[in-house]
Design a protein around this ligand. Structure first.
Ligand SMILES: [Zn+2]
Length: 117
């Protein structure tokens, strides 16, 4: 499958790492065909031991960013030692991904102030 031009441009602009509290995760983009274990509904995963977020690179820009954010939230749960409180991490992360994406997009000025201060 051919990589979409907008997706490639986005990958080029993205930082190479994401910092989550005391952990820094490397972002790695792969061809899904390189790993036969990927199923059709999987767009990425976080490897906590390798400190790496692996993303399938042949997806739309929106899906790519959403997937990175989703995996970062799994990293937040791990870094914050929150797993012990959870019954269903996947459902929480799915819900938070949507909620926080909207929160960030709808309140850009608030988060600009938060980042500056
Ligand atoms: Zn997940």
């Amino acid at each position: 499958m051919k990589l979409d031009k907008k997706t490639q441009q986005l990958i080029n602009r993205l930082p190479k790492t994401v910092k989550v509290l005391h952990n820094t995760y490397k972002l790695r983009f792969v061809d899904r065909s390189d790993d036969p274990d990927w199923d059709d509904d999987t767009y990425g995963y976080i490897d906590l031991d390798a400190s790496e977020i692996v993303i399938w690179k042949v997806v739309s820009p929106d899906r790519l960013v959403d997937t990175i954010f989703h995996e970062v939230l799994h990293g937040c749960i791990d870094s914050g030692n929150m797993r012990v409180f959870l019954k269903d991490e996947e459902r929480l992360v799915q819900s938070l991904t949507t909620t926080l994406t909207c929160l960030l997009r709808d309140n850009k000025e608030l988060f600009k102030c938060l980042i500056k201060n």
